[in-house]
Design a protein around this ligand. Structure first.
Ligand code: PMP
Length: 396
């Protein structure tokens, strides 16, 4: 086995989840998904496709209808991008995670330097590592005081200083899992200008772009690198149907690429998955066409969940957190409880509460916990807070 594979860290979130095996009473907020089933009309489109006998291989880059629907959707959200090449800039992938891996496969050679902004979803660090890259992390820092105390923020100067002509790729995820941190348009423009100078590719993971709660949005999306980049910039944007359309189990996503790279990514898709299943692509096409029936209500509901959970967490002794501006996670520090992996396991065993340990997302987040607030019934969140409150009280 390759040493790099042997050394890959196993998921600490899974480690905590295993602690809860066979315990149906545990309230599970550890994984990044809603407990809401995919809307009926999306499921029906998949069933209709199967009924019609669409059980065959398809084009590597995705069904033309779906690529056109993605192009129209993306252009609608990011009109600043030039349109005539849109279709050629879209590759359909088997989930966001596969799209991100394809990007690493297309760009990263063994020994290359890759900069990743952390805390981050662990896959973003592991994927370039699998390609043999040397990963350099640039941690966000926590604001200690002021109205946004407990929020994670980018030190733009530190990030730009870390990106040199030796940096092949920058990987950044905003709105961020787990911190809820988002990038501003000005920051994106500064990062892009810098990366143009150093010849560095940007892999921007924007799977949470629609789960954005700040007021400065005109089109229902977080700031995107697509708002500031040219079509031929060294930029790949990764997207997913998982979050905005409640389709985690369907495994479908897409990449927005410079047109010159699309053919190469199509070749890589052939060797990875060959294509995404046609019935899943049919369902996704309908999801995009009728997205207005899903995403706005989902985002409004998630905002309610956030606004239910965050103030209650803030009241607990030793808890520090800021309201997340995007994503679907409350990320909080719990003072004086020691190692968060052990803490998360204890919370499962002793409180029946399933949270993800901050250290899963980077060493700088040790002592933090991630709570996915995408809950169909906000009452579950209240129940979870009660369990945490009672557990904390019992520690004193
Ligand atoms: N990026 C981030 C930051 C994520 O949190 C996730 C899912 N947890 C993904 C990408 C991938 O999502 P999927 O593979 O389900 O499309």
């Amino acid at each position: 086995m390759r040493t790099v594979v042997e050394k890959l860290e196993e998921s600490r979130i899974r480690e905590v989840a295993n602690e809860g095996l066979g315990r149906p009473d545990v309230l599970k907020f550890w994984f990044g998904e809603s407990d809401e089933v995919t809307p009926g009309f999306i499921r029906e489109a998949a069933m209709a496709s199967l009924q019609a006998g669409e059980t065959f291989y398809a084009h590597n880059l995705g069904l033309p209808e779906l690529r056109r629907a993605i192009a129209a959707y993306t252009h609608g959200l990011h009109p600043a991008q030039n349109t005539d090449q849109w279709f050629d800039r879209v590759a359909v992938t088997s989930g966001g995670v596969n799209g991100l891996m394809l990007a690493s496969q297309a760009l990263v050679d063994a020994g290359d330097e890759v900069v990743v902004v952390t805390p981050a979803w662990p896959n973003l660090v592991a994927q370039p590592q699998i390609m043999g890259a040397r990963v350099v992390t640039v941690p966000l820092r926590v604001l200690d005081d002021g109205p946004r105390a407990g929020a994670w923020a980018l030190d733009l100067g530190a990030l730009l200083a870390a990106i040199t002509p030796a940096t092949r790729l920058l990987v950044v995820n905003a709105p961020n899992n787990p911190t809820g941190w988002t990038l501003s348009t000005q920051e994106q423009a500064a990062v892009l200008a810098h990366c143009r100078g150093t010849g560095t590719w940007i892999l921007s993971d924007e799977v949470y772009e629609r789960l954005y709660y700040a007021d400065d949005t005109t089109n229902g999306a977080a700031p995107s690198f697509l708002d500031v980049a040219r079509p031929d910039d060294r930029l790949i944007v990764a997207h997913s149907f998982s979050k905005s359309f409640l389709m985690t189990g369907w495994r479908l996503g897409w990449l927005v690429l410079p047109a010159a790279l699309t053919h190469a990514v199509g070749k890589l898709i052939e060797f990875n998955t060959s294509c995404a299943p046609v019935f899943v692509q049919r369902a996704a096409t309908v999801a995009l066409q009728r997205g207005d029936e899903v995403t706005p209500a989902l985002v409004a509901h998630l905002k309610t969940c956030r606004d239910t959970l965050v103030p209650l967490l803030r009241e607990l002794p030793g808890v520090m957190l800021a309201e997340p501006l995007g994503g679907m996670y409350a990320f909080f520090r719990l003072e004086g409880q020691g190692d968060c992996l052990e803490l998360a396991k204890r919370l499962v065993r002793e409180a029946g509460l399933g949270l993800a340990p901050g250290s899963a997302f980077g060493p700088e987040a040790a002592g933090w916990l991630r709570w996915c607030f995408a809950s169909r019934d906000p009452q579950r969140l209240l129940l979870g807070v009660e369990r945490l409150r009672a557990w904390l009280a019992a520690q004193r």
